[in-house]
Ligand binder design. Structure first.
Ligand code: PRP
Length: 174
């Protein structure tokens, strides 16, 4: 973890606390219903694993894979789906889980594509929201933390595929 200069942004205790709060809110909002939770790989895998273990309503899980970044820290602006979900979502209550909402291009693509399959409802849960970086008008329904611009790693987020494993979230000092 010492190859780049970085400082801690969210320590693991703060992350765990916020995940529990999000899960409590989601559990209240979906009381008496069943959820299909769809994670967007790769970044969402740790957040989603923590979130589903705190949610008290029954849920099924599935994953899609989209890529919007090339190597490095800047978005290319192009979204490519490389893995479809395997669950029929028609008439189901869907929660999409993402590690970070940045330009909004990835989630806009996912939402438009999944809505074509006629779910009963579709909401978005992101752990981090870089609101000021939006290129399209898009808001998540559940947000862990809103952050400023700056490149963050850890808790699923990578820099050239490194640092995803970190239990804490760091900001890279450019
Ligand atoms: C990251 C992140 C989101 C997306 C957000 O994924 O996980 O999916 O970028 O950016 P946007 O709002 O500007 O579209 P990335 O393409 O880096 O792939 P990864 O999840 O495999 O790290």
């Amino acid at each position: 973890m010492d190859e780049i200069v970085k400082e801690i942004l969210f320590p693991r205790a703060a992350i765990q606390k916020r995940v529990r709060e999000l899960a409590d809110q989601i559990s209240k909002d979906y009381a008496g219903r069943e959820l299909v939770i769809i994670g967007v790989l790769k970044g969402a895998f740790i957040f989603m694993a923590d979130l589903v273990r705190e949610i008290s309503v029954p849920c099924r899980v599935d994953f899609t894979r989209l890529a919007s970044y090339g190597a490095g820290s800047d978005s290319s602006g192009k979204v490519v789906m490389t893995k479809d979900i395997e669950t029929s979502i028609k008439g189901k209550d869907i929660l999409i889980v993402e590690d970070i909402l940045d330009t909004g291009l990835t989630l806009q693509y996912v939402v438009n594509w999944l809505k074509e399959r006629n779910p009963n409802s579709l909401k978005i849960c992101v752990f981090l929201d870089k609101r000021k970086r939006r290129k399209v008008s898009f808001e998540a329904d559940y947000v862990g933390f809103t952050i400023d611009d700056g490149f963050v790693v850890g808790y699923g987020l990578d820099f050239n595929e490194k640092y995803r494993f970190s239990p804490d979230i760091y900001v890279i000092k450019q």
